[in-house]
Design a binder for this molecule. Structure first.
Ligand code: ADP
Ligand code: MG
Length: 254
């Protein structure tokens, strides 16, 4: 394997609006990538409202706020999930951290690269919205998934985020991921709608891989801290996340 192939791929999971499924998708995408044999870390960068650890049923003694305060290193706060996933826990309920500046965010990302240099993929559960710290995290991601649902507020806010990415010339590795859609076909249509808006107003297309369908099994499994790949491997969501993971694992970006 060449050095280039060995490089860690960083996948950001973002949205304009909160509550559209970023954490659910980050956690399950990371688990699906582990299932494919990848070495994966999940970075909870939603610094204001951390919940990736809750979804994994983990209780982290330390988190990113200890790293930012200079009391711990990234590897000291990282925890190994039983399924082989490394979680880098966020800092819940600390409003100051939700507004960290670009410099702090940048050095945090650098420390993660330095201390976890053997990873194939880092999945970043980003905060919703367009705060400077969030955009900094997004800039560090080689690929960005913009999660949206089929409702006006989610579509409008996703477009706001995409528009900023277009200004930064980052559209070629941006993927729109429709969530909670009734069928793959409906997801494709929602993507087409967003792509149409982007073509018209930004004169650039966005990319598509796969949609995540509405799935009761996923809601229940999340509530019970169950791994859908272990306990519900034939569920719609296990299939959807595996398809997403396979496409993202296949080709690392330049
Ligand atoms: N595809 C889906 N099917 C069913 N429930 C979902 C799906 N995606 C997300 N949810 C539910 O929606 C809620 C919000 O999801 P969450 O991942 O916490 O959003 P965010 O991180 O964007 O705020 C959670 O209760 C989650 O279980
Ligand atoms: Mg979340």
């Amino acid at each position: 394997m060449s050095d280039h192939e060995r490089q860690t791929q960083v996948i950001g999971v973002a949205s304009g609006k909160g509550g559209v499924g970023k954490t659910t998708i980050s956690v399950n995408l990371a688990l699906a990538l582990v299932k494919l044999g990848k070495r994966v870390a999940l970075l909870d960068a939603d610094l204001g409202l951390a919940n990736a650890q809750l979804l994994l049923g983990l209780n982290a003694p330390y988190n990113l706020s200890d790293v930012i305060a200079g009391n711990k290193t990234v590897s000291e706060v990282s925890i190994n999930h039983e399924d082989g996933l490394i979680l880098i826990p966020g800092a819940s309920g600390n409003a100051e951290l939700a507004n960290i500046n670009a410099l702090t965010a940048q050095s945090l990302i650098q420390s993660i690269f330095n201390e976890h240099s053997d990873l194939d993929i880092i999945v970043v559960d980003a905060a919703a919205g367009l705060s400077e710290s969030n955009l900094t995290f997004m800039r560090a991601c080689g690929r960005r998934l913009v999660i949206l649902q089929d409702e006006p507020a989610s579509i409008a806010d996703a477009y706001g985020l995409i528009k900023l990415q277009s200004k930064e010339q980052r559209m070629h590795d941006l993927f729109v991921v429709p969530n909670r859609v009734p069928t793959q076909e409906a997801g494709r249509q929602l993507f087409n709608k967003m792509n149409g808006v982007c073509m018209r107003f930004l004169e650039e297309p966005v990319n598509y891989i796969h949609s995540i369908e509405e799935d009761n099994v996923l809601t229940l499994a999340t509530r019970q801290r169950e791994n859908i790949f272990t306990n519900h491997s034939h569920s719609k969501s296990a299939k959807n996340f595996t398809a997403l993971a396979e496409a993202l694992a296949k080709a690392a970006p330049e």
